[in-house]
Design a protein around this ligand. Structure first.
Ligand code: SF4
Ligand code: SF4
Length: 146
């Protein structure tokens, strides 16, 4: 796709996207399903390689997507209102990038035309994580590849 091509994500404000457009922005990286620690004073966020037990580790999709916030109260059902201050989302998250005025990366499925590029570019968590039920102290699981 030529860099100056107009697309729905560059031409329509995030809060005016229809549900299908909104969902299609998710690249399926599953980085937001990783547990994280936050310094309350500095708001510095440190991700771990500990992933929510509800994630399917083969597909990197939530096994209970429709009722995810009921099953896991800390799970955030992302809305445009959450993007006013998206510092807590992974830096590559499509929603955060757009909210911060950036474009989607070349490996995003909407740009590349395939979801394979998420893993090939190293942006999927597939094969790099442990389940929360198998993990010990979060401090031992901090990562820097997010
Ligand atoms: S980090 Fe963002 S783009 Fe990646 S799976 Fe989560 S919501 Fe989707
Ligand atoms: S409930 Fe589903 S979407 Fe929410 S963090 Fe867990 S695996 Fe991810």
């Amino acid at each position: 796709m030529p860099p100056d091509t107009e697309t729905f994500w560059t031409s329509i404000p995030l809060n005016e996207l229809d549900p299908e457009q909104w969902e299609s922005l998710c690249d399926g990286c599953a980085k937001c399903c990783l547990q994280k620690l936050e310094d309350e004073e500095t708001r510095e966020v440190h991700f771990t390689n500990i992933v929510c037990d509800l994630l399917d580790l083969k597909t990197c999709r939530c096994t209970h997507y429709a009722e995810r916030t009921i099953r896991v109260p800390s799970c955030v059902k992302l809305t445009p209102a959450d993007l006013d201050d998206p510092y807590w989302l992974p830096a590559t998250c499509a929603y955060r990038l757009l909210a911060e005025g950036q474009n989607l990366p070349a490996w995003h499925p909407l740009i590349s035309g395939t979801d394979k590029t998420v893993q090939h570019s190293g942006n999927s968590i597939k094969g790099k994580v442990v389940r929360e039920s198998d993990a010990d102290d979060w401090e031992y699981h901090l990562i820097d590849w997010i």
